[in-house]
Ligand binder design. Sequence first.
Ligand SMILES: NC(=O)c1ccc[n+]([C@@H]2O[C@H](COP(=O)([O-])OP(=O)(O)OC[C@H]3O[C@@H](n4cnc5c(N)ncnc54)[C@H](OP(=O)(O)O)[C@@H]3O)[C@@H](O)[C@H]2O)c1
Length: 291
Amino acid sequence: MAGLRGLCNWRIFPLLFFYNDGMRYETVNNLKLPKIGFGTWKIGGESQADPSSDPASLQALCSALELGYTHFDTAEVYANGHTEELLGTAIREVGVSRESLFITSKVSPEHLKFDQVLHSCENSLDRLGMDYIDLYLIHWPKVGMDLKESFRALNQLVRQGKVRHLGVSNFKLRHLKEAVAQSETALLTNQVPYSVPERTYQTNGVLEYCQQNDILLTAYSPVKRRNIKSNPVLKKIAAKRGLTSQQVALAWLVSQERVITIPMSTNPQHQKENLQAGEIVLSSEEMEQLG
Ligand SMILES: NC(=O)c1ccc[n+]([C@@H]2O[C@H](COP(=O)([O-])OP(=O)(O)OC[C@H]3O[C@@H](n4cnc5c(N)ncnc54)[C@H](OP(=O)(O)O)[C@@H]3O)[C@@H](O)[C@H]2O)c1
């Protein structure tokens, strides 16, 4: 990564400067998290690292940091670990303090045995160049997994201070309840797909369970779907309020109790618009129209 140093020292950001004073937060168990964080899937590659995209990837991460995003979501599987390396590099380049950030990473379903969890976490810490991860998630449930064993390792990581909070991702109710029971500390989140057109985790009872048990539902792929742009209700509200459909889609999410979200964008203008969506308050009538 040495050859990439200095990439973040371009300052186009007076143009984009945005002071996100009005960002809304969720507070659970004395932890305060912004409603809008930043996703990193496809930054640095997909299933494999794509070093040819490093300059663009670093610029995307640096602009997100400079715009004021503080919660970054990554995973060991993203670009086969390379996304974590890029994130760590961007943070050091921008020079933002580690303590001001909240870093989420994830252990893959193939690494859920006791030793594998510990090993995956060490590797993520090395790639990030950090000595702790704020939030560590089981990325996906796996058929036949032994959550008791996985959480034995995850709980140990928390006790050792290598991880500050635990969570899960893509867990339906049965597994979510099991994870809550196995975690020695309050389970912080279940990260799941949730957006105006994607309601699986609303209809299957996970959202309600999270809201009733002070667990954050982290909505992923919040603006990805093509029908966000063409959704007539989103379009109508956006036009009336001078916003984009994506901003209204994000505002709908962050207006919900215990819901936070992590849109990804490589485009600084989109990054800024997404961050600003954390300030938008929709009326009860607009919320009703979106269902
Ligand atoms: N736990 C899991 O299994 C899981 C699964 C999927 C994702 N995630 C996490 O959630 C994050 C977000 O999900 P995602 O990346 O799948 O989807 P997403 O953030 O909903 O959508 C990303 C796409 O939307 C575009 N976009 C973003 N903001 C926009 C805006 N304001 N206007 C127009 N287009 C916009 C981006 O293009 P531009 O770059 O051109 O803006 C990009 O193509 C991921 O990056 C990852 O960290 C987790």
